[in-house]
Write a protein that binds this ligand. Sequence first.
Ligand SMILES: [Fe+2]
Length: 155
Amino acid sequence: MHTARPLDRQDLATLGRNHEDLLRLCRDLEDLADSLPFAIDEARCRHVAEQVVPLLTRTQEFEEQLLFPDLDRSAGSCFAAMMIERLKNEHRCDRMAAEEISLTLKAMLRGHCGLTFETIGYMLRGFFECVRRHVASEKAMINQLIPPEPRMALA
Ligand SMILES: [Fe+2]
């Protein structure tokens, strides 16, 4: 469901917290990739395996329902529409990759993963690098198209 209302200060704070949550996930995944194969923190690995899909789903849904319609309205250009479409495509790719990562980490913890540790490491690095790039693109668009001052006046 898409909303027609513009973002308020509370929404912007939620977006900022969501991006921080995603970047924290990326740091956890990087630590996990660095720890393979002999120094794995199993509790942290289990936590990441369980949280990666719900975290992406929650943050992406918020952006697609509130942020993207507002960016589209603020910019009102063909270029912005193309950028938003690209970000949405990245959401779909990242969500599919998150599901693969969750299944792979759970299988690894059970000792039933058919992939080598090197392959798992590549998979984790490819994912968190994409998510970091995605967050940086969104932050740049928000800063460019939604200046904070008018939003502060709404509060
Ligand atoms: Fe996003």
